[in-house]
Design a protein around this ligand. Sequence first.
Ligand code: ZN
Length: 273
Amino acid sequence: MPELPEVETIRRGLEKYLVGKKITHIEIRDSKLFQGQTLHLKGAIVVDVRRFGKGLVFDLDNNYSIAAHIKMTGQFIYQEKNIINNLNLPTKHTRLIFKLDKDAQLFFNDIRRFGWVKIIKTSEVNKLSFFKELGPEPFKDLTYEYFQNMLKKSNSPTKALLMDQKKIGGVGNIYANDALNLAKIDPRRKAASLNMEMVKRLYHAVHEVLKRGLKFGGATETNYVNVLGQSGEYQNHFLVYGREGEKCYNCGGTIKKIRITGRGTYFCPKCQD
Ligand SMILES: [Zn+2]
């Protein structure tokens, strides 16, 4: 599932190509994924693209916004005549097509159909339950004091806590695994049992792995692509995620796979404690 670096990569692409463009029409090919009145879109100009955790918001110049979540397999792909690719859009998984001026189009594809797009008033964006419940985010408002307190108050395994979107926005399975390896903390360790040094290392590591994810344009495991339809590269730089049986970069130990709250968890038993 896409996490902060993937969704931020998409956001940057949308910002680059969409801001200033006028929406001329929307073609709804699958109404399950769409809510709201299309009349608020016609003729509206995109003025900003914001990200809330793993969610996206396109603000329009008429006090309406398009809120969206790509969930597991959603893709926003932009096309215009100057951009050459071999994507053959639309595909059978194209759910929505935003027609834009200057012959540009934005396709929303989603194989598993868990994603959604909603047209709401811009003033109501913060009231959407998904966005309202979102915890503070790395690179935005996740302070060290908040992070320290959050850990201190929890008896959950540290990894489960890092992935709880209501506690921290944007960190999912890949980056939680890698951050814990970088910080040399056992993912099963109760959050409240981390000492001050560990908390500092983890705070730094969370930011560091997300930064690396962003630098490589996100990680593509299955369906994630940027707005030009290109895969990310972070999957070639995973620290422990998906590397069961391989060597740990910290210490040369062998990476093991277990499950924590149902999710595949990779760690090095030799250096993570
Ligand atoms: Zn190790």
